[in-house]
Each structure stands twice: as structure tokens, then as C-alpha cells.
Design a protein around this ligand. Structure first.
Ligand SMILES: Cc1cc2nc3c(=O)[nH]c(=O)nc-3n(C[C@H](O)[C@H](O)[C@H](O)COP(=O)(O)OP(=O)(O)OC[C@H]3O[C@@H](n4cnc5c(N)ncnc54)[C@H](O)[C@@H]3O)c2cc1C
Length: 440
């Protein structure tokens, strides 16, 4: 029987382990922590349910295939209808982002000039460059206002990143491809050929979590694994006789499903140059603050997904999710629960503050933006010292290093959010290719 070591039990490692075990291989999953899930970590505390890491999932065919396979379909919790509305801060006030062409004509989120500039996009000459930042690309194609007020907050919402540093080709390859193949984002979106993808089953939500939170995914996969070793960090990996030695134990194949730094440490003896590239990936710190208020304290109706803060608004928070408006059963009936993000590439130095100062800073900003009076009735904080890998300009060196490592070491694969996608859905999707490669 083929012996496989999966190192790292975040969603990437869990999915690889589950898929490989299903083929009949003997899989051992190692994790250094005392729990599985990595970034996925649901908390239930004093009547609140909140997430330290990912709050929701974007649908793709591979996710629903997995969910069906592990019997979670009836646990899916779609976002509430109101969560379709998303806000940005514009001139100090929350402004709803347009959800339709009609709203696009009247939205307060963008000026008339900014909106008209978008209409010129199909007529701007195409000049794709792999070295372009996300900000430069959007400024060039749809204008500075959209770069500042649409893309900047969007990027901090997904990557906690800096759009002037993120690489367009690596962080948002779809945008790059639209221009490269159709000469325009708008023309490409309307007329371009769609890349065939595994379909999402009819009737399934586009964005969702589970009744008990994101941990449902982790729990259901974990229950199905035969050999899980918690509190067992892997600190050595070497090749031997066509296989690998992992912490002194022999395996035929290995899946590395770790963040970039511990991956670099383990592969150092296999490829020093790849280890250097991979070890250099930047993960900014992020602090996540949870605050609940009685509904009567909140003047602004937080009936939406949340609010993102564009850089030019010069606030100290990146944005906030209106958590109890996005999903049912996240807070007591008479309260609103918010999840506030601080730090990221934009304001990493703020994460040096102590917990009390960060909670005060985050709730103070939120209270002034949403016109909330009094003090929160509940708060909590989670710090991510290294949050999300930044696919910054030049990131192709990292992806090439991973590919070189895999090509030179048959039986070794990498599946992690620093390679080909940071969203949970992308990690699940990438685990299909990783498991196939591992067994090939
Ligand atoms: C604050 C935050 C919010 C996010 N929000 C969203 C969201 O709403 N939607 C979304 O789709 N994505 C979101 N993401 C991104 C997404 O959660 C991650 O990209 C994804 O969960 C990463 O999974 P992974 O398995 O690749 O890595 P990880 O989750 O980092 O797992 C790596 C695992 O490796 C283990 N490990 C480390 N070193 C060793 C070692 N030496 N030996 C053994 N084990 C080791 C760790 O303990 C960990 O369990 C968010 C991320 C963060 C941080």
C-alpha cells in the first residue's frame, strides 16, 4: 500500500489527505497545532458565533462535489438576501456599491466623472504587461477614482493587501486575461469565451457558510481520516531510496500543505534556491476585532454584507463585516455583531498595539462610521501575525520555484494558499490537481 504523508492540516492539507485516502493509499496527516483547520477556526462564545479566519466561501463546482461527498449539503447556510448590498466609505459616509446598471447611474459611491470614465474602457488601447500592479492596471483601464474607491477596498477585503504592490497576473489573472484576449475588460466580460469550469449545481448559493460555521468543513473531513497526528510539527524532510523520510518515518509520497515559511524550512535540503524564493513570501499581520451592540445603539441600518474603507478615506480600519446581517444565528436577536479588520499591508504597524488599544481603535472607528452610541456589549480579538500571502509583483518566481521543486522531486507536491489561489474555494479546487499529481 502506498504510504503518503500530508504535512499541514489546513483546508488544503485536509482536502489532499481525504482525496488521496479515498484512492486506497495509507495517509498520515501531520499538524503542528492542537487542532486541524489552520486558518479556518470558528468560535462559539456567549451566544455569538464568529470566525477567526474565513467567514464564507465562494461557490465553485469542486466545493459542491466535496460537500456532497462528505454529507454536508443540508448544513449549507446561504448568505441572507440583504447581504447582496455592500458598502464603501465615501467622503466619510457609507455608500452602497451599485448592484445593477440602474443603481450604477445613481450611486453615491462614485462621482459622475468617475462613472463616465468607466464607459471609455472599451476604447482604451490594450497593453498588457506581466509586471503591472493591480492599481496601475485599473487606473489605466477604468481611471484613478475606480482604482482608489473600487479596487483598493476590494483588494484589502480579499488580500488585506496593497494594490500598488500586488501583481495583476498573479493575484487577479482573470482581469489580465480579459485584456490580453479581448483587448478590454468590458468587452471580454460581455463577449469573451468563458473558460469551462466544473458547474455549480442548480439552486446552490453563490456565497455561503454552514449552520455551525466554517468548522463544519474541517470537522466533516477530519472524521473521515484514518491517521491524524496533532501537535506533531514536521521539522525534517529528506529524500531516500525513491521515497521520503518525514520526522524519521519513511513515506512513498509527500504533500506539503504548509504556509510558505515552514515549507521553505523543510525543502531547504532539496532545493536551496526554491526555499529562498518561497521563504520570502510576505504575509502581513492582521487583527480581527469582534464587537456586538444592542440594535438600539446603532443608527445606521447594517443591512448588508459589510463596509470596506478605501485608502484615500484615511481611516485606521480596513473594513467591517456586518456578521449578524450576513448569516442567521450569529448573535442574540436584539444585537448586531460586527467583525472589524485592522492592519494588513496598508497599516501593518497598527498591529503592534496591545489588545485593549486595538479594540478601542477598531470600535471607535466603527462607531463613528455607523453612528453607534455607547460601548459594545461584547468584544473579542484575534491576531494573525502572518495572515494572507501577498502575490506581489514578481510572484512568478515563487510559482516557478514550486514547479521546479515538484518536477525535480517526483512524489512531492505542494498544495497551499501561497500557490495558485488564497480563497478557501481555490484551495479546495487546487487539491484536486495536487492529489492527482501525487498519485501519478
Ligand atoms: C483573517 C482571514 C480571513 C480570511 N477570510 C477568507 C474568506 O472569507 N473567504 C475565503 O475564501 N478565504 C479567506 N481567507 C483565506 C483562507 O482562509 C486561507 O487562504 C486558507 O484557509 C488557507 O488554507 P491552507 O490549508 O492553504 O493553509 P493554513 O490554513 O495556513 O494551514 C496550514 C497548516 O499547517 C500547519 N503547520 C504549519 N507548520 C507546520 C509544520 N512544521 N508541521 C506540521 N504542520 C504545520 C498549521 O498548523 C496549519 O494547520 C482568510 C484568511 C484569513 C487569515
Amino acid at each position: 500500500m502506498t504510504k503518503v504523508a500530508v504535512i499541514g492540516g489546513g483546508i488544503s492539507g485536509l482536502c489532499v489527505a481525504y482525496r488521496v485516502q479515498k484512492t486506497g493509499a495509507a495517509v498520515t496527516l501531520f499538524d503542528g497545532a492542537d487542532r486541524l483547520g489552520g486558518n479556518i477556526h470558528t468560535i462559539t462564545n456567549k451566544g455569538y458565533l464568529y470566525e477567526y479566519g474565513p467567514n464564507s466561501l465562494m461557490a465553485n463546482g469542486e466545493i459542491f462535489e466535496l460537500i456532497d461527498d462528505i454529507g454536508l449539503t443540508n448544513q449549507i447556510l446561504a448568505t441572507k438576501a440583504a447581504a447582496k448590498t455592500r458598502y464603501i466609505l465615501r467622503d466619510g459616509e457609507p455608500a452602497a456599491l451599485p448592484g445593477s446598471i440602474v443603481q450604477g447611474l445613481t450611486t453615491k459611491a462614485f462621482s459622475v466623472g468617475g462613472r463616465l470614465r468607466v464607459l471609455k474602457e472599451p476604447f482604451i488601447a490594450s497593453r498588457t504587461s506581466p509586471a503591472e500592479s493591480v492599481y496601475e492596471f485599473i487606473e489605466r483601464r477604468i481611471g484613478r477614482e475606480m482604482a482608489d474607491y473600487a479596487i483598493d477596498p476590494f483588494v484589502s477585503g480579499i488580500y488585506a493587501g496593497d494594490p500598488r504592490k500586488l501583481s495583476l497576473t498573479n493575484a487577479f489573472p482573470k482581469f489580465y486575461n480579459l485584456e490580453a484576449t479581448s483587448g478590454s475588460l468590458i468587452k471580454g466580460a460581455l463577449l469573451g469565451k468563458r473558460v469551462p469550469a466544473k458547474p455549480v449545481p442548480v439552486g446552490m448559493p453563490k456565497m455561503f457558510s454552514f449552520r455551525i460555521g466554517m468548522r463544519a468543513l474541517v470537522d466533516a473531513i477530519t472524521e473521515r481520516l484514518n491517521d491524524v497526528r496533532l501537535e506533531t510539527p514536521v521539522d525534517s524532510l529528506a529524500k531516500q531510496d525513491g521515497g521520503f523520510i518525514v520526522n524519521l518515518e519513511k513515506f512513498d509520497r509527500v504533500a506539503l500543505c504548509l504556509p510558505a515559511r515552514p515549507s521553505a524550512k523543510l525543502i531547504h535540503s532539496l532545493d536551496t534556491e526554491a526555499a529562498r524564493e518561497i521563504g520570502s513570501v510576505y504575509y502581513p499581520p492582521v487583527a480581527v476585532i469582534y464587537a456586538a451592540y444592542e440594535k438600539q445603539q446603532v443608527s445606521f441600518d447594517p443591512d448588508g454584507f459589510g463596509i470596506l474603507i478605501p485608502g484615500p478615506e484615511k481611516r485606521k480600519i480596513l473594513g467591517a463585516l456586518f456578521s449578524s446581517s450576513v448569516f442567521d444565528d450569529r448573535a442574540p436577536e436584539n444585537e448586531h455583531l460586527f467583525t472589524i479588520f485592522v492592519g494588513g499591508s496598508r497599516n501593518s504597524e497598527l498591529c503592534e498595539k496591545d489588545d485593549g488599544a486595538l479594540i478601542d481603535l477598531a470600535t471607535g472607528e466603527l462607531q463613528s462610521i455607523l453612528q453607534i452610541t455607547g460601548s459594545p456589549v461584547f468584544t473579542d480579538i484575534k491576531r494573525w501575525e502572518r495572515s494572507i500571502p501577498q502575490y506581489n509583483i514578481g510572484y512568478e518566481k515563487v510559482t516557478q520555484a514550486v514547479e521546479r521543486l515538484q518536477d525535480a522531486n517526483s512524489g512531492l507536491v505542494v498544495c497551499s494558499n501561497f500557490y495558485k489561489g488564497i480563497a478557501v474555494g481555490e484551495c479546495v479546487k487546487n487539491s484536486v490537481a495536487a492529489a492527482t499529481r501525487l498519485l501519478a
